[in-house]
Design a protein around this ligand. Structure first.
Ligand code: FAD
Length: 291
């Protein structure tokens, strides 16, 4: 099924994001994780890829595993270090595996890596996929606090409009911790004429290592409520786990109450966290989606 059809059927779409195991690890290393996540009946599971073209092939294998567990996969495809031939090969592989949904990304810049002459922006990739005539649903990334390379949010939204107009059918946001940023962003893109559904990206802060990485990599604003939680429980793994899950559930309930069209949970391959959150919001999703 294409994800755009899921958005037509549901008022609130719920999905997970996972990442493939390291190139040296067996694919089977994530089999159990995927089975546990699939048992929670998400609408789809997205699979990340590294910005270097080589990551895309592992993504395809993991996406196929997701599909074999009865859940729709969304395969991430990056282009910043790939030429048209490499992207075509990735798309052929995905299509050959029966995968119908891709998240078209530029990818993060890797210092020293040769950048593509074919693709400068994710919108170039979207145009390329559409022009190829392949029947993929194409999702795109967006940034409620603005992409870090953009001079300001309005410029970023103007660029986002180019990407959506090129053929994106839904957007997944970068993680954020202050819902007001999401609501402002939602209003701004509506004014810019962007009408595709937007799923809110939520990453529960449940582990010390995630906190360090998330804060340094995403550049997301950290509200005082989270700072207090981190300060108090940073060295207390059990308490941090519970506090992080509670914060994420609170954030999600507010988003769903405010009419968010979907929640995309960055679960960091942790089925326990996914299960706790999925169980907490199950009655709310059931109410919104009519049972
Ligand atoms: P773009 O849409 O190309 O935007 C990048 C920058 O270029 C922005 O500042 C934008 O304003 C500007 N821009 C865009 N179009 C134009 C234009 N036409 N003219 C001028 N400027 C323009 N990275 C990975 O490597 N692998 C992953 O699996 C992955 N998954 C992600 C999933 C989500 C939901 C999100 C939000 C991000 C993900 N990323 C991933 C990170 C992403 O690759 C980076 O944030 C990257 O820096 C930008 O990618 P993009 O597709 O948003 O780029």
């Amino acid at each position: 099924m294409q994800i755009s059809d899921i958005f037509k059927q549901k008022r609130a779409v719920f999905s997970f994001e996972i990442f493939p195991p390291k190139p040296t690890a067996e694919i089977a290393a994530v089999q159990g994780t995927i089975e546990e996540l699939s048992a929670l009946s998400p609408d789809y599971i997205s699979v990340t890829c590294s910005a270097g073209g080589s990551g895309n092939s592992r993504t395809a294998e993991i996406a196929a595993l997701v599909q074999s567990c009865g859940v729709e996969p969304l395969a991430h495809v990056t282009c910043i270090n790939s030429d048209k031939a490499a992207v075509s090969a990735t798309l052929d592989k995905l299509a050959g595996l029966g995968i119908r949904n891709v998240l078209a990304l530029r990818g993060d810049r890797i210092a020293g890596a040769k950048e593509s002459e074919d693709f400068r922006h994710a919108s170039d990739l979207v145009k390329f996929i559409r022009a190829s005539g392949r029947d993929f649903d194409i999702a795109g990334a967006c940034y409620p606090e603005g992409h870090p390379e953009s001079p300001d949010l309005l410029t970023d939204i103007r660029n986002l409009k180019i990407k959506v107009d090129a053929g994106v059918t839904h957007l997944n946001t970068q993680l954020f911790y202050d819902n007001e940023d999401f609501y402002r962003f939602r209003d701004s893109i509506a004014l810019a004429g962007i009408e595709v559904p937007v799923q809110a990206g939520i990453m529960p802060l449940v582990k010390k290592s995630h906190i360090d990485r998330t804060i340094s990599l995403s550049g997301a604003k950290i509200p005082a409520k989270i700072s207090r939680m981190i300060a108090r429980f940073y060295e207390k793994p059990d308490a941090l786990m519970e506090a992080g899950i509670a914060y994420a559930v609170d954030q999600i309930v507010d988003l769903l109450s405010a009419g968010a069209q979907g929640i995309h949970l960055y679960v960091m391959n942790n089925p326990y966290v996914a299960r706790r959150i999925a169980e907490s919001i199950k009655p709310i999703l059931a109410e919104l989606n009519g049972g």
